[in-house]
Design a protein around this ligand. Structure first.
Ligand code: ZN
Length: 260
């Protein structure tokens, strides 16, 4: 039971990593352009790779926004969202500014200290990945062939951990394509070959998350190649993804190290 709770907590922390609470955003457009200096209305992108707040909603720095463009006040953008002024649309912020989506726009905010957040995020991810490794039984690695979809590259890599249950498995990991996508699936065994116990088919629900949650199903056929390796061919269809994946599952522990 404690293990289950730990696991749920882990999943929660993975998924809340990029979560935003909407409470702090204003719901109406600002009426007056004459705002107090310390409470200026600013614009932010809620998507991944957004680090800046903008003085206007049509700033070029917002062109690559994968999420929504919302407005809030400058104080909350700085303290609550940890954003820096955008290097494009603010003047006199040299050395202390950041651009959204720096890969696409080019980094103008090299002098800022916004990288502290990235370092912290990296530490958080390392802790979560470490915990997942300890609590899981399998590691999986897939090559994904994605069918035509609005914002998905044709190829991506899927990797993560599997926690084995009696006749099923819980999987959690990342899809590395143009974006980093979170993946959570539950697979239940629906078919075992009578001739050999090497071949099994699994079916279950699948969740993934880029800027919004996608929900659907996953069909996986697994063939045991050896004591630790399975060949895995799977088909996934969710509201955010449609792909065939080919890969391997590596079994690295039956029991937790403290039970051995
Ligand atoms: Zn801007």
């Amino acid at each position: 039971m404690i293990r289950l709770r730990l696991f749920l907590l882990l999943i929660y922390s993975v998924f809340s990593f990029q979560g935003y609470s909407d409470i702090h955003f204003k719901s109406e457009t600002p009426q007056s352009p004459f705002l107090q200096n310390n409470n200026q209305t600013v614009y932010v992108c809620t998507g991944s790779y957004a680090y800046a707040y903008h003085s206007r909603s049509n700033c070029n720095g917002l062109n690559n926004c994968k999420g929504e463009i919302k407005y809030t006040d400058e104080y909350y953008a700085r303290t609550g969202l940890n954003r820096k002024p955008c290097c494009i649309c603010w003047s006199n912020v040299i050395g202390d500014c950041k651009n959204d989506n720096t890969e696409a726009v080019g980094s103008g905010g090299a002098g800022g200290n916004g990288s502290n957040n990235d370092a912290l995020a990296a530490v958080g991810i390392a802790i979560i990945a470490g915990s997942a490794a300890i609590l899981s039984n399998d590691f999986y690695l897939h090559n994904n062939f994605n069918f035509a979809n609005k914002e998905v590259s044709p190829l991506s890599i899927g990797l993560g951990f599997r926690k084995l249950l009696k006749e099923s498995a819980i999987e959690y990991g990342l899809i590395l394509g143009d974006n980093v996508d979170y993946q959570l699936s539950y697979l239940h065994k629906i078919h075992s070959s009578k001739k050999s116990d090497r071949f099994n088919v699994f079916l279950g629900p699948s969740l993934n998350y880029v800027d919004q949650i996608g929900f659907g199903g996953l069909l996986s056929s697994q063939y045991t190649l050896g004591k630790v390796v399975k060949l895995d061919v799977r088909y996934e269809l969710t509201s955010q993804s449609h792909r065939i994946s080919l890969g391997f599952i590596f079994h690295y522990q039956d029991k937790y190290f403290w039970q051995r």
